[in-house]
Design a protein. Structure first.
Length: 304
C-alpha cells in the first residue's frame, strides 16, 4: 500500500511574524517539515503533498522540494481563498478557510491512505511508525487514528496556544474541543474557540496536534462538511473557518466514524512565537548530536 504524507503549510504565521514553516532550524537550512518527511520516509511513506499558498510555490520548490526530489515523490496543492462552492464577495477575507479546505486541496494527489500533519510541528520518528502501522492494519471503513501528545509536552513558555483537547473512552476519541490554552492563577485553562465555558486541564491531558491517520473514505465526509459550512449567512461564513477537529467531532457524535487515540511517545517540538526559534534550534541540534538524525539530513543539501 502506498502511504502519503499531507503537510499543511499554507498558514501565514501571524503570531510568529512570518512564514515559520519555511524558517530554517539548523545550520544546513532545513525546515521542521524536512525532518517530518525524513521520518515519514523511514516509516515507509512514498509520497508527500505540500498544501501551500500558490505564491510560495517557487520558494518551496527551490528549498525543501529540491532536497526531497530524489527521496520521495513530491506534489504541491494550493489552498486558495476563492476556491469555495458559493459565489461571494471575498475582499474582506484575508486568510484561507481552514484545515478541511487544506486536506480537500490535497485530494487529487492522494491515492489511498494518508497522514495529515502541520508543517511547523516536529512530531518525532515513532509517531510516523505508529500511524503507518495503524493504516496498514486497519480493516473497517471510516476508521481513523489521532496521534496524540500530553499537553505538557506541547505548551509554549511564551504565551497561549491552540490545541484540540481530547475526551477519551478507553482507546477511542469521544470528542475534540478546539481550545485556546494558557495559565491563569497557577491553573491551566482551556477556553473553547466556539462555544462552552473554560475548563481546567493538566499537563497529562491528551491533546490533538493535527496529526491524523486517514483512509480514503474521509474525503466524502470532508466534502459534505465543507459544503454545509457555506449554507450559513455570508456574515457567518466570512467570520469563521472550516476546521478538521470540528468535522471529526460531528461525525464521531453521529456514529459515522471511529477515531482511535494513538499516544505518541516521541518528543514534540513546535514554533508558535518567534522567541521559540532558538529553543527549537537547540533541540534539533541535540537530536543530531545524539545520532537520532544524521548530521547531513539530505545528501544533496550539505557542504562537502
Amino acid at each position: 500500500m502506498d502511504l502519503t504524507l499531507v503537510v499543511m503549510a499554507a498558514g501565514v504565521g501571524s503570531r510568529f511574524g512570518g512564514l515559520k514553516q519555511a524558517t530554517p532550524i539548523d545550520l544546513d537550512g532545513n525546515f521542521i517539515m524536512g525532518y517530518s518527511v525524513y521520518d515519514a520516509i523511514r516509516a515507509g511513506f512514498t509520497n508527500v503533498v505540500f498544501v501551500i499558498q500558490e505564491e510560495h510555490l517557487d520558494l518551496f520548490q527551490r528549498t525543501i522540494g529540491k532536497r526531497l526530489e530524489n527521496n520521495i515523490h513530491v506534489s504541491y496543492a494550493f489552498q486558495k481563498i476563492e476556491d469555495i462552492p458559493k459565489e461571494m464577495e471575498l475582499s474582506s477575507r484575508t486568510k484561507a478557510w481552514g484545515t478541511v479546505q487544506a486536506i480537500l486541496a490535497a485530494k487529487p494527489y492522494v491515492n489511498g491512505s494518508f497522514v495529515v500533519i502541520n508543517a511547523d510541528d516536529f512530531y518525532g520518528k515513532n509517531a510516523y511508525f505508529a500511524a503507518a502501522d495503524f493504516l496498514l492494519n486497519v480493516e473497517k471503513p471510516f476508521t481513523y487514528a489521532n496521534i496524540s501528545y500530553e499537553y505538557g509536552i506541547t505548551k509554549s513558555l511564551e504565551g497561549s496556544v491552540k490545541r484540540g483537547v481530547l475526551s477519551l473512552e478507553e482507546d477511542k476519541v469521544c470528542s475534540i474541543i478546539e481550545c485556546s490554552i494558557g495559565n491563569e492563577n497557577g491553573r491551566i485553562l482551556a477556553t473553547p474557540l466556539f462555544e462552552g465555558k473554560a475548563f481546567e486541564i493538566f499537563d497529562t491531558t491528551p491533546v490533538s496536534m493535527s496529526f491524523f491517520a486517514f483512509q480514503q473514505d474521509i474525503f466524502g465526509l470532508l466534502e459534505s462538511y465543507w459544503e454545509n459550512y457555506f449554507l450559513q449567512s455570508e456574515e457567518e461564513i466570512l467570520a469563521g473557518e472550516v476546521l478538521l477537529p470540528e468535522c471529526l467531532k460531528e461525525n464521531i457524535k453521529s456514529g459515522k466514524i471511529t477515531v482511535y487515540n494513538q499516544p505518541s511517545y516521541s518528543e514534540w517540538i513546535g514554533m508558535t512565537y518567534r522567541s521559540d526559534l532558538p529553543v527549537v534550534e537547540e533541540k534539533m541540534k541535540d537530536l543530531r548530536d545524539r545520532g537520532i538524525y544524521p548530521n547531513c539530513l539530505w545528501e544533496n543539501a550539505c557542504e562537502k
